[in-house]
Design a protein around this ligand. Structure first.
Ligand SMILES: C[S@@+](CC[C@H](N)C(=O)[O-])C[C@H]1O[C@@H](n2cnc3c(N)ncnc32)[C@H](O)[C@@H]1O
Length: 218
């Protein structure tokens, strides 16, 4: 029993992402990280919001913002350079103010599991995870974010009507996620999705041709 508890603790605390920092930020990006980021931190009373986990440079997060002007769009990303790239893209270069079309964006520059600890009662209308790190080596499999424990946690955050939308071009990870779903109550609603290509997808690191999608609900 004790061992099981420890295992549970470990899998939810193990690092699921690669780098936190890349090359040195430009002066403007550094300014935005110090001055804008704290101002657009997500609040705990944003039920109904859309969450994107691991948004990379934020192309899809911006798309979500434009497509859903009446909703709050929350992005969680531990990689500082990705966050800085998003902040730069959503602000006016002349005065560093957030452009009107992106005023609904909120950003958390850390592991989404920390955010969800503080947001225990929040129900999101949509939770997006596009191209989660595939961790292809067997010895790294434990680093995969979308294990059944995490999927069960997400399922509590979508209530009856919300959706979890997953996309990956790593087909082995896709099948692995489907296996993990057997240990949850989540159901596959569809696998069809028409969405923009993210930076990762354009680079197509997995070497396969097309991403596969899973749209899940309770
Ligand atoms: C392969 S990249 C894909 C980025 C982006 N979604 C795209 O398609 O271009 C996976 C991203 O997930 C982020 N990530 C991994 N674990 C995370 C976690 N626990 N919370 C939030 N983001 C995470 C990584 O930092 C990385 O930027």
């Amino acid at each position: 029993m004790e061992k099981q508890e420890l295992k549970h603790f470990d899998s939810q605390n193990i690092r699921t992402f690669g780098r936190r920092h890349g090359k040195k930020l430009s002066a403007r990006k550094q300014f935005l990280m110090e001055n804008l980021l704290p101002k657009i931190a997500p609040k705990t009373d944003e039920s109904g919001a859309i969450l994107e986990i691991g948004f990379g440079n934020g192309e899809h997060l911006r798309e979500l913002s434009i497509r859903n002007p009446d909703k709050i769009i929350i992005g969680a990303e531990p990689f500082a350079n990705g966050v800085a790239a998003l902040l730069s893209a959503i602000t006016n270069e002349s005065d560093n103010n957030v452009l009107n079309e992106y005023k609904n964006i909120r950003v958390f520059n850390d592991d989404v599991r920390l955010l969800l600890k503080d947001f225990k009662n929040i129900k999101f209308s949509e939770i997006w995870i596009l191209h989660p790190d595939p961790w292809p080596k067997t010895r790294h499999e434990k680093r995969r974010l979308l294990n059944h424990e995490f999927l069960n946690l997400l399922s509590k955050h979508i209530g009856e009507t919300g959706k979890i939308i997953i996309g990956t071009d790593h087909w082995e990870y896709y099948d692995w996620i489907i296996e993990q779903l057997k240990q949850t109550n989540l159901k596959i609603q569809t696998t069809e999705l028409d969405t923009i290509k993210t930076r990762y997808q354009v680079k197509n690191k997995a070497g396969t041709t097309a991403p596969k999608y899973l749209i899940l609900g309770n």
